[in-house]
Design a protein around this ligand. Sequence first.
Ligand code: COA
Length: 188
Amino acid sequence: MTPATDNFRFAASDCRAMTLAIQPVRPADVDAIAALAREIWQSAYADIITPAQIDYMLAQRYNAPRLLDELAAPGYWWDQAVVDGERAGFSSCYLSGVAGELKLDKLYVHPARQRGGIGGALIARVLDHGRAAGCDTLILAVNKQNARAIAAYEKSGFAVRESVRVDIGGGFVMDDFIMARSIPQATP
Ligand SMILES: CC(C)(COP(=O)(O)OP(=O)(O)OC[C@H]1O[C@@H](n2cnc3c(N)ncnc32)[C@H](O)[C@@H]1OP(=O)(O)O)[C@@H](O)C(=O)NCCC(=O)NCCS
């Protein structure tokens, strides 16, 4: 069974130890998650998509009713990374509808906390969900220009499977790679 919370001791880049906990997102967390998403998106996507597209996608994906629906949906998992008591990132994943396939839908770490192993710890938790659900494949979509995220995904064992352009309404498109990796059946 997937534990609700794991605590890790990490050596941060300045050599102080940090305590990282991966915890399920609760309904009371949705406003803070949306605010953290805005902060990360404005940094991560500033050179990739327009401010109008950032606003459009944040409104579409991080409105409170939608987040609350996702938290309550079966086959959907939201987790948050808490570092020294402070929310530093989050992930979500869901059963895609294809047999044996889990989709990593969101993976976001605060800019000040990136390259500290938090993204990797969130991916490990996503793999736990997939393993517990009997999935063997984890997929995701990533903007083709998002070199930082692609590098992190490649480090985690993902490879590009296909290229897609998806109309998301409002005159906007997502120009993405679909990446995939296997889900090992035993915890690595
Ligand atoms: C992608 C993201 C979640 C990775 O999280 P992270 O906490 O920085 O990742 P980790 O520290 O676990 O990094 C794991 C490995 O990925 C690779 N990696 C991560 N960031 C990288 C970067 N900027 N450049 C090159 N490699 C990188 C490295 O190999 C790294 O291991 P190392 O630091 O020991 O060399 C984070 O950069 C992020 O939130 N980016 C902005 C939002 C985003 O683009 N999300 C993805 C949407 S699809």
